[in-house]
Ligand binder design. Structure first.
Ligand code: AMP
Ligand code: MG
Length: 491
């Protein structure tokens, strides 16, 4: 019975086949006592996987990598990367496996990947394992991002292994089954480039074009076009992070995808009070990956991609530099346009032609709202949602959040005079984000065996724009005694 259910989906091993130099066939570690903690039924359907089968003992073993489905060749992927600015020539999946790709309901290839599945040849000093809390954080935050409409890897399931794992204390082990349109990273190109195998680098680029940016194949210089497509995808992605107040926390080049999806939710967080310097990672002491630095860091990471791709852009490196620099130069423009356009929508203002008088006014209103937020502390998410109320005539909740009432009144007078559209605003200003204090509370409960808080939090953040009775707690800002939030990389 289960075999029939399983056979409806065939796994491919396209990455393993086309890029064998970057794929080490490997096996997951056996889990002593598997238990399914959370499962994404809707995503399973989208992938054509049978939820009933995945919940069965054999299906759960599949989600751990302990049962290898037909056609799958589990591999650990090799990649390099700049971590906090320092280059590591060999990182790779130290505790993860790519199970293979499957074609989803729309015919799109999706990676099924396991995180926490045991040591691999890339594990170095690591134990190859992951623990329940951080895997559930990735599940909750990635699914929240998806519901917000932001490109991201998805989470299919978290399975507890039944094995205690040593961290600062002993914690329950878990494996996250993650779905991505691929796991190609800037670091994958850095790795291929460093091998000096130009054929490998070209195959990697061709693979990336086929899977993510097929239009590039038609361009005069397909590899330059691929680079430009990644620049655009990242400019749009990081603008969306900034607009919802998301801090990724560890924007190393190995955590930057070629597809433009958000990947690797470690020390990530949504800002409560607006703060350009917001940092949540305990190891980011210099604030390299602080909220306001994210666009600059993304551009820096793309420069590393350009370097890795130079030999493909032109066989004469000297001649490759100018077009690469020009393509990278698009990042700032595209990022600024995406951010500004997003801010307009957050303020309920219609699109206006660049340079028009309306555009001037909008620009002043955007600067004005940022100045009000900076005057803070102002809860970023609540403030924008309350502005929707203000556009409907209920100014008091938004007004009550800022210190300088005169500045608010002056700004709001000018803003309301433009007739902002509250319905438009409510479609982009979320009520529910995965609040840090709620995430912590839910992960602590789950680590102790109670999954109810995680389930309820997931319900709230899975429909972030529609306010629902009974969920008031999920819309509130951080309690005053919550203090400075830090997440730790010992994941
Ligand atoms: P991350 O910071 O999660 O993107 O991971 C950076 C690198 O460290 C990657 O090569 C991971 O595979 C590796 N890594 C992280 N945690 C572990 C672990 N517990 N065991 C082995 N490798 C790990
Ligand atoms: Mg990573």
């Amino acid at each position: 019975m289960t075999a029939a259910a399983e056979s409806t989906v065939t796994f491919d091993g396209r990455f393993a086949r086309e890029l064998a130099e970057m794929a080490v066939p490997w096996q997951a570690e056996e889990a002593p006592e598997p238990k399914l903690l959370v499962f994404n039924e809707a995503l399973a359907h989208e992938l054509g996987l049978d939820p009933g089968y995945l919940r069965s003992p054999e299906g759960i073993r599949l989600l751990l990598g302990n049962h290898v489905p037909e056609g799958a060749t589990p591999v650990a992927q090799a990649y390099a990367g700049h971590q906090f600015g320092g280059y590591s020539p060999l990182l790779g999946d130290g505790r993860a496996l790519l199970l293979g790709e499957i074609a989803d309901a729309n015919g799109r290839l999706r990676d099924v990947h396991l995180k926490g599945s045991g040591r691999t040849p890339f594990a170095r000093a690591g134990d190859g394992r992951a623990v329940v809390g951080p895997m559930l954080r990735e599940y909750v935050v990635s699914e929240a991002m998806h519901a917000l409409g932001i490109p991201t890897t998805r989470s299919l399931a978290v399975v507890a292994t039944g094995r205690p794992v040593r961290r600062d204390e002993m914690l329950p082990g878990a494996v996250l089954a993650r779905v991505a349109s691929s796991h190609l990273r800037v670091g994958s190109f850095q790795y291929a480039r460093a091998t000096d195998n130009i054929d490998l680098l070209r195959r990697l680029a061709d693979h990336a074009i086929a899977r993510h940016h097929p239009a590039a194949a038609e361009a005069e210089n397909p590899y330059l076009a691929l680079f430009s497509s990644v620049v655009s995808a990242q400019a749009s992605l990081v603008a969306q992070w900034m607009l919802v107040g998301f801090v990724h926390g560890v924007m190393n080049t190995d955590n930057v995808t070629i597809s433009g999806e958000t990947i690797d939710y470690g020390p990530c967080a949504f800002m409560d009070a607006f703060n350009p310097a917001a940092v949540y990672s305990s190891i980011d002491v210099g604030g390299r990956y602080a909220y306001a630095n994210q666009p600059v860091v993304a551009e820096w990471n793309l420069a590393r991609l350009a370097e890795a791709m130079l030999p493909l852009i032109h066989e004469d490196q000297e001649q490759a530099v100018a077009p690469a620099v020009e393509a990278l130069g698009e990042f700032r423009k595209q990022y600024s346009n995406a951010w500004f356009s997003g801010m307009k929508t957050k303020l309920g203002l219609p699109e206006s032609p660049a340079g028009s008088p309306e555009d001037e006014t909008t620009s002043e209103l955007v600067d004005g709202v940022i100045a009000l937020l900076k005057d803070g502390p102002v809860d970023y998410t609540q403030f924008f949602r309350n502005l929707g109320g203000a556009a409907r005539g209920n100014v008091r909740p938004a007004r009550g959040m800022v210190l300088d009432l005169a500045a608010f009144d002056a700004w709001a007078g000018r803003w309301l005079a433009t007739n902002p559209d509250p319905d438009l605003m409510d479609r982009v200003n979320p009520v529910y984000i995965p609040r840090n204090h709620l995430v912590e509370e839910a992960l602590a409960a789950a680590t102790g065996g109670d999954l109810d808080p995680v389930t309820r939090l997931l319900e709230a953040v899975s429909a972030p724009y529609s306010e629902r009775p009974g969920l008031e707690r999920y819309a509130e800002g951080a309690p005053e005694d919550f203090g400075t939030y830090m997440t730790f990389c010992g994941t």
